[in-house]
Design a protein around this ligand. Sequence first.
Ligand code: ADP
Ligand code: MG
Length: 409
Amino acid sequence: DEASNENLGRLLRLVYGYDSFRDGQLEAIKMVLDKKSTMLVLPTGAGKSLCYQIPAMILPGLTLVVCPLVALMIDQLRHLPPVIHGGFLSSSQRPEEVAETIRLIQVGAIKVLFVSPERFLNADFLSIFTATSFISLVVVDEAHCVSEWSHNFRPSYMRLRASLLRARLNVECILAMTATATTTTLRDVMSALEIPLSNLIQKAQLRDNLQLSVSLSEVQSIIIYCKFQFETDLISRYLCDNSISVKSYHSGIPAKDRSRIQELFCSNKIRVVVATVAFGMGLDKRDVGAVIHYSLPESLEEYVQEIGRAGRDGRLSYCHLFLDDITYFRLRSLMYRSETKQGQYVFDIPTVANSIGATTIDVSNQLLNLKMRGEITYELKDPAYCYTIVEVPSDFCALSAHLTKWLSE
Ligand code: ADP
Ligand code: MG
């Protein structure tokens, strides 16, 4: 084992000029060389490509890499080290180019072949591979596309079932790679590709020594939701003291004043509204840049509806939920349930995350990061990219300081 680690390290230095493997790489390479189908989850830029390139140099047959976009194929092809001969097949190629690539495959002159998932619909493609031009490894890049749960699900990826790969192409080993870590998605992909749960390699998306913060310098309009009226007054007074144009809004304020506040907010005369659930019905403002929850909403629908007021103009918008553990556990113990189109949900963070296709990352129990991308279902008309960071503020002062810092940036 040590000897093989040493050899792989030597190959890394020789071919790439890198000193050491990054977290997860060596583990993935060894799994593949052992013909164990593997799910590799590493953040973007972590170096997933190397995990198939090194095996491709060692394995006897061809490495077939399934890529969702022609641009990605060409990019990956360009970045292959010179010692690895690569090629690609795409519908954009002329028949002569396709014929030449097939010829090269059949004489064994191509080690890594990039294809789109649509290729698998084509019987001619499946018949290229024979006993002399056989496939050692199938790599499914951006493997989250296999799952219907994923934000960029591709129906043609559905064809990529382990059964097809095994029966038609005699594939012994599949390496699925993605940066998406949503549990539902991963579970789906692994089942489609018949990757055992034990063959999941997933490295930290975030190191636990990172303090996350989001700069809201671009954000003009912000809604802060609170549970209680007194909280809205407290926070708006605090922000006001810090020279931020702000009003509080709740059902205790006379109707006339309430519609005035809404008008001022819509015409950008005030930047921040600190509100209870009473605020937002019929609000027609497309450029709300952030929705901050000072406390946990009472239901999933309420939360989804409230964050849905951010980013209707399609711009990157921020949703931030502050969560103190007392509220969290109180609400959790109530086991608040709500009927939704997708079934019954218990309002806890992983459930919320899963239901909206978000990624949850638990960082040393202090910080829970939900990264949500597109496709928020429910009533959202114009889903924007949002970030939700859930953390446990130690006290009100810390929270306010945090808010002020962002708002004044
Ligand atoms: P991913 O597919 O995970 O987003 P890539 O495979 O494109 O990432 O790699 C990102 C960059 O990291 C590339 O420039 C690659 O050469 C570099 N890289 C990969 N592995 C290592 C390593 N062990 N040491 C240093 N750089 C590496
Ligand atoms: Mg990649």
